[in-house]
Design a protein around this ligand. Structure first.
Ligand SMILES: [Zn+2]
Length: 184
């Protein structure tokens, strides 16, 4: 096994991830502190926020507009309190990829499912602790293909699923919600 490739991959993944977090941290301005969470703003007029949860940048929520939205903050607080297992997973995949590049295929699938789970856990955190649900008036697309695309390519489960009553009942697994959404 060629260790130099493993090390190169690790440097790339950790460098990119920490670099992106560092960029968001240093380009944004501190606004306030709430408990252990530092709230910062990098105003690009987008009503969204990113939780920084890397090795060097933690306990920070960067808002992408100067409106500090309570609902978004509670969701991001969920991410702050999560163990960042997608990062650990990316590091493991980067280290193992030189053994067999075909590992990328199951890795993408597992990574996709992990992301769904992390996002949903953050939504459940906001709901169980603050009674905050995701709000959106996004319509559910009639086309099955469009729905599959949203499930696959959005970072979160689709908006029309995140607003559903069943989504906030822990017993309904995401896989179940996914299948229901596709076939109903
Ligand atoms: Zn999220």
């Amino acid at each position: 096994m060629d260790w130099s490739l493993t090390i190169l991959n690790l440097v790339l993944v950790i460098g990119f991830y920490e670099g992106f977090h560092g960029y968001l941290y240093f380009r944004s301005k501190g606004v306030k502190k709430e408990g252990k969470i530092e709230i910062r703003v990098l105003n690009i007029n987008e009503e969204n926020a990113i939780a920084l949860n890397s090795l060097f940048f933690r306990n920070v929520v960067v808002f992408l507009s100067d409106k500090i939205n309570e609902r978004i903050l509670r969701h991001e607080e969920g991410h702050i309190n999560q163990f960042n297992y997608i990062y650990l997973f990316m590091i493991a995949v980067a280290a193992l990829l030189p053994i067999n590049t075909l590992l990328a295929i199951p890795a993408i699938l597992i990574g996709r499912i992990m992301l769904w789970k992390m996002e949903r856990d953050a939504d459940l955190y906001a709901y169980s602790k603050y009674n905050v649900k995701f709000e959106s008036d996004a319509e559910r697309p009639k086309s099955k293909i469009d729905r599959i695309k949203a499930w696959l390519f959005d970072s979160h489960p689709p908006d029309w699923v995140r607003t559903k009553e069943e989504y906030y009942e822990k017993k309904n697994s995401l896989i179940k919600l996914f299948i229901q959404d596709l076939f109903s």
